[in-house]
Design a protein around this ligand. Sequence first.
Ligand code: SAM
Length: 238
Amino acid sequence: MEPLDKHRQEDFVQQLFGSIAKRYDLLNAIFTLNQDTYWRNFATEKANVAAGHSVLDVCCGTGKLSIALAEKVGPNGRIIGLDFSENMLQQAKENIKKTSYKQTITLMQGNALYLPFADNSFDCATIGFGLRNVANIKRALSEMVRVIKPGGTVLSVELSKPSAPIIKQLYYLYFEHLLPLLGNLGFNKNQPYYNLPASLRTLPEHSVIQDLFIQVGLEQVNYYQLTGGIAAVHLGIK
Ligand SMILES: C[S@@+](CC[C@H](N)C(=O)[O-])C[C@H]1O[C@@H](n2cnc3c(N)ncnc32)[C@H](O)[C@@H]1O
């Protein structure tokens, strides 16, 4: 296994997602046993988003969370989906085309660590399954705080390490033993799912992410564990 720091090198991450963009949605559904949609919907419900709001969806990937948020903000709201992978954004464009939210969602290429927006621009900033991939989690969260208005919400939905004993054992059995067998289906060490078990092992605990939310200046910080703690939603108010 390569060390996580290496995985976090931005060009490496960018290239990895670029290489699987077309298959990302399918792979996600398979690997999470279709729970990813439920996790995004739960996050959307908790994001304090209402009609007319403006929301920044950082690390938007193929746009699934942006689309769920678009339903909440309605025709007078706006969603900006930002990602640094051109291929993931292209796939997002395809996904959005199939919805009625083409006017609501704008896609932008950019870096989560250097958001190209003025302070206090959005009502909410979300990051879906992105914290694990950014080179500096605290910096990404600080940027999200900077660009939301006072009273706005920062929310992350991310895979996570379960703490309940039986679920924990099943989880590592699945991710560390069953998932690598997919190597036989053509996943090699240059593709993101090969590295998933390592990146999950080194993912900060729920409480550490909660502390980071507090350190970047958020208040009323709270988190929810989903599907026995396999995923978690963290949120805080500016
Ligand atoms: C696991 S995908 C998540 C996609 C989507 N949010 C979802 O709900 O499925 C992570 C995404 O983060 C993007 N990413 C990672 N680091 C980034 C950064 N520093 N700036 C912008 N995008 C980044 C990758 O290109 C990839 O599309």
